[in-house]
Design a protein around this ligand. Sequence first.
Ligand code: ASP
Length: 430
Amino acid sequence: MAFTKKLDLSAKIFIAMILGAVTGLILNIAGLPEWSQLWLTDGIFRVVGQIFISLLKMLVVPLVFISLVCGSSSLSDPKMLGRVGGKTIVLYLFTTAIAVTLALGSAIIFKPGVGVHAVATVTAQIAEAKPFTQVIIDMVPTNPVAAMADGQMLPIILFAVLLGISITLSKEVGVRVSNWFHDMNAIIMKLVTLVMEVAPYGVFSLIAILAATSSVADIMALGKYVGLVFAVLAIHALIVYPTILSVIGRLNPLIFLSKIRAAMLFAFTTASSNATIPVTLETVEKKVGVSNKIASFTVPLGATINMDGTAIMQGIATGFIAQFYGIDLSMSQYLMVVVMVILASIGTAGVPGVGLVVLAGVLDQVGLPAEGIALILGVDRLLDMTRTVVNITGDSMVTTIVAKSEGELDMDVFNNPRAGLAFEEKGSIS
Ligand code: ASP
């Protein structure tokens, strides 16, 4: 007990992951006996894992809304919002463009779809992605309560920002309401720390299910595709982001990466940028040193519009499917893929598996068979988890650069390796 008390949250989660993976692999090797399916993977692990994800999701809408009202109501200069929004969106789109270009380039060079024998017999049931014009229209909520009930991030962001600005413009009345929101924000952050307490159990269960039910045969058959997606994700997270962070942000990328590791682990286990928002927000504010003003806006926005990891999977999958069917794509079709992937990422929420939905639309646009998705469905969960790590790393990186450029990054916190640890060790925010 004394030993586990000393460990920080990311260490506890990491240990839970390893134990979950070992447990799951043992079950997998044993052929997932019926009792283990009944009592474990469909039983206790499923209950604990799903409750953990529900707890995280439960926090997202109140946290984003309250935190963003706080952030935008404490803007002394309303022009700052436009500036921050502009920089953030440009950086998000820029990194996504690099991601999809890298992915397509590597698919063209390494040809993961050549010589593959289909193992999947599943037929993909993929919903249609929304047209881009509708995405823009839907940003404005006709009913903010309905948007909150459905967890639609962009309309919630817009409403919260407008409310925050109105609070500032309302002078004394606004000050009272703003104080209330700040108090609520502290309370909801406390709730985040309470939920973190159960994280290791949730992580253990989710990873055990994954390891127990993954088909090694599927992964081996698509080894080149899986390997290439992993490799490009790693290049993006460990070379592209650090380069951008040091060149544009003039910050040490090693410090940055080590600080956000807890959020990365959460993203991996939940495969959802949205469900990870509470942890990402907490991490960039308390450990990296970004002010609430910036983070409350850029993090939820990033969870929705910035999906570099997803773009990487989509780029490689497009090349893979074209090669599998022996269809040659022209340069203009490749360019079309780049544009489609960037635009499509804007309107899609960061939830598990959504990348495949968007991919169906992309394939359709360039005249590739959408059924090709069935080929990669079997290995998508593992890739989904990994690309979500890249997605939230991108959100946190852009958040940090924008904060630095606005003078909203506390360098003492950034450079302090122990910053934010009090929150993990004692379960309270200091
Ligand atoms: N799961 C990813 C995310 O939440 C989206 C995807 O690639 O499907 O960021």
